[in-house]
Design a protein around this ligand. Structure first.
Ligand code: F3S
Length: 413
């Protein structure tokens, strides 16, 4: 079967609704034909990844400006990933001037198209939250994995520019995870840990699953207790980074996986893998590319920290000061930071030596200028991208261990 367009879609392709919609339709038709879609389907929201000069480069900025110049407007709510530099004070973050100029050009272009400037990779916390079964077109691998896995909404991993086209038209090709038959489990993961997982074990499990699964759909059976959404955020982000996981079925958590049988549906498991406590410890050891105990920077908030996570750091720090030789940075969106400010804990954390990096992230903002050699984090995604994007060796641990290292100036055994 080949792609069939409706009369309205053909009219857009013929240019009857203007240059921008014609352009967007031409792109979507090419993507749909290339992926074997039979039709385009309505989507209710988009989340963009053309967000940071560090990943967009000149070509991405110019492309966004050209699309804006055509008079493009988003037709569905469209949010966007983190800003490419500290949104409150890029100069204090040592952002090169030329970089800032290009970031601001990119910002102006997407604003002209009508983006909702949330500048966060966790738009599902309060800005853009799809419901179960809803079709959306999101980029940002961690958010894609979260909405498929935790909310049961449906999206493929969209890419930059294609996501803009989806936003302009309010449509996406009906392929991959939009189709129920492609959402069934493929690999059974038996988790042999007879207690609720510790906070660091969620990203460690995600990291291990990403490497194991690639883009296959894993069914994780045996997660005890009731993970909070922040745990699931860490798990999904790590799996989506170390592999290209876009959907996990966590039995008892994922809406489509109330039972093991429901997670597999008509599928038979192609592989069964057992994971126990020692496997998670081994994975943790692999995540530590730095073998010493010294730390230059502790970076938390990948994906962006929620207000709950900021409160947790405040509690763990318990009035102590950050070591003068360590930078301790928290990345969060403007809403979480505003809430921390309102609660008075932003000031207390800053007085203790913590820096809030607003609306941006350690991976997609320029931080090589700081000359950090060793970064410690509680994020599996940050561990994956840190060496490549920040030029640092990585240390991984739970949030409490990160806080202790920040206070002591080194990893506390
Ligand atoms: Fe978000 Fe940046 Fe991490 S976009 S998921 S904080 S790499």
């Amino acid at each position: 079967m080949s792609l069939k367009l409706t009369a309205d879609e053909r009219a857009i392709l013929e240019g009857k609704e203007g240059e921008a919609r014609k352009f967007a339709m031409e792109i979507l038709v090419k993507v749909a034909e290339g992926s074997g879609a039979e039709r385009l389907i309505p989507i209710s929201s988009v989340h963009l990844v053309l967000h940071a000069y560090k990943s967009a480069f000149d070509a991405g900025v110019i492309a966004a400006e050209k699309i804006a110049d055509m008079g493009a407007r988003f037709s569905v709510p469209t949010t966007i990933d983190p800003y490419g530099m500290d949104a409150e004070d890029w100069r204090a973050a040592k952002t090169p001037e030329q970089y800032a100029v290009m970031q601001e050009r990119l910002e102006k272009a997407v604003m002209r198209i009508g983006v909702i400037p949330v500048w966060t990779c966790t738009p599902y916390y309060g800005f853009n939250m799809p419901r179960f079964g809803e079709n959306v077109a999101w980029s940002e691998s961690s958010a894609v994995a979260f909405v498929n896995t935790v909310l049961g909404a449906r999206t493929n991993r969209q890419s930059a520019i294609v996501d803009i086209c989806c936003g302009i038209l309010g449509k996406a090709p009906e392929v991959g995870l939009h189709l129920a038959e492609n959402r069934r489990g493929e690999v059974l993961i038996k988790l042999n840990v007879d207690r609720p997982l510790k906070d660091w074990e969620f990203p460690a499990l995600g990291f291990r699953l990403g490497r194991l699964l690639g883009n296959r759909i894993g069914v994780v059976d045996g997660v005890k207790g009731s993970p909070v959404t922040e745990n699931m955020k860490s798990l999904c982000a790590a799996a989506a980074a170390s592999g290209s996981v876009a959907l996990l079925h966590v039995v008892g958590v994922t809406p489509e996986a109330p039972t093991l049988e429901a997670a597999f549906g008509a599928n038979e498991s192609k592989q069964v893998v057992e994971i126990g406590e020692q496997d998670l410890l081994d994975t943790r050891a692999q995540m530590n590319t730095h073998k010493g105990r010294d730390v230059d920077v502790v970076a938390l908030g990948c994906p962006h920290y929620t207000i709950n996570e900021i409160v947790n750091v405040h509690r763990l720090l318990a009035g102590r000061k950050v070591h003068p030789d360590v930078a301790f940075w928290i990345y969060a969106n403007s809403a979480a930071i505003a809430m921390a400010e309102k609660m008075g804990i932003r000031k207390e954390l800053e007085d203790a030596g913590v820096t809030f990096r607003a609306g941006t992230c350690m991976i997609i903002s320029p931080i090589r200028e700081w000359g950090f050699k060793v970064m410690m984090t509680d994020s599996g995604k940050c561990v994956h991208y840190g060496p490549m994007e920040c030029g640092t060796e990585m240390l991984f641990g739970g949030t409490g261990e990160c806080v202790e290292a920040a206070v002591a100036g080194h990893v506390v055994a």
